[in-house]
Design a protein around this ligand. Structure first.
Ligand code: SAH
Ligand code: DHB
Ligand code: MG
Length: 219
């Protein structure tokens, strides 16, 4: 049988949510405190955060880079999957987001193992390059930057390391001809998928979560 991509039955989603309970009190506190502080409500969905934790554990990640920290919701999930010696370098352009994240990492017991870099990702990545290779790169910042961030990941991941990308469906617009307000983002995301699928750097797929979570294993 040729099954469709994804499954939008809300009963199934509810079953998985209550069985796996992906958002514990710690993550809920981060989400709610971020919201009270006026941050945009765009952190990972709870189950995608769990995916991240599982993926970090699956590749035995000890060194990870995150592009787009926001309030630390996904960063705490990554660190949970990284074992007691894991270190996360996470990049955030907005200092007010970084401050919220600092508190999140502290409360989660990760103050020593989360390095927050405040600045433009393109600049910070240039500085982080000398600490390569990394085990995992999680890309979740400006969508126009994704092709460069993925190219950086291809160059700085170890073999078997993971590139993980949020918003791989680009808010449902991925397959459209690039035009209008999201034109640059659509074109960038399409270029990103071309690189994941055809560059030879990765064995890759897209997990059909709400936003689409692309995963590439570095070859
Ligand atoms: N990964 C977070 C959500 C990130 S939202 C989570 O799931 O918890 C995207 C973040 O990327 C925002 O905080 C935004 O300020 C930041 N950002 C956007 N453009 C950026 C850039 N060029 N460099 C670094 N950070 C950027
Ligand atoms: C939005 C969602 C995201 O996951 C993100 O990284 C950026 C923006 C949004 O819904 O606008
Ligand atoms: Mg996102």
């Amino acid at each position: 049988m040729n099954k469709p991509f994804g499954n939008d039955d809300p009963g199934l989603a509810a079953y998985v949510a209550r069985t796996y309970a992906p958002e514990d009190d710690g993550l809920r506190e981060i989400r709610e405190r971020s919201q009270r502080a006026g941050l945009p409500d765009i952190q990972l969905a709870a189950l995608d955060a769990r995916h991240l934790e599982v993926l970090a554990r699956a590749c035995a990640a000890r060194r990870a880079v995150e592009i787009g920290t926001l309030g630390g919701y996904s960063g705490v999930s990554l660190l949970r999957g990284m074992g007691s010696t894991g270190v996360l370098d996470t990049i955030e352009i907005d200092p007010s987001h970084a401050e919220i994240a600092r508190e999140s990492f502290f409360r989660a017991g990760f103050a020593e193992r989360a390095r927050i870099h405040v600045g433009r990702a393109a600049e910070v990545l240039r500085r982080l390059a000398r600490h390569a290779p990394f085990d995992l790169c999680f890309i979740d910042a400006d969508k126009e930057g994704y092709p460069d961030y993925l190219a950086w990941s291809a160059d700085h991941l170890r073999k078997g390391g993971l590139a993980v990308l949020d918003n791989a469906f680009l808010f449902g617009r991925l397959h459209e001809e690039p035009k209008g307000e999201l034109s640059a983002a659509i074109a960038a995301m399409q270029k990103t998928h071309e690189m994941l699928a055809h560059s030879g750097y990765f064995c890759a797929t897209v997990l059909p979560t709400g936003e689409g979570l692309a995963v590439g294993v570095k070859l």
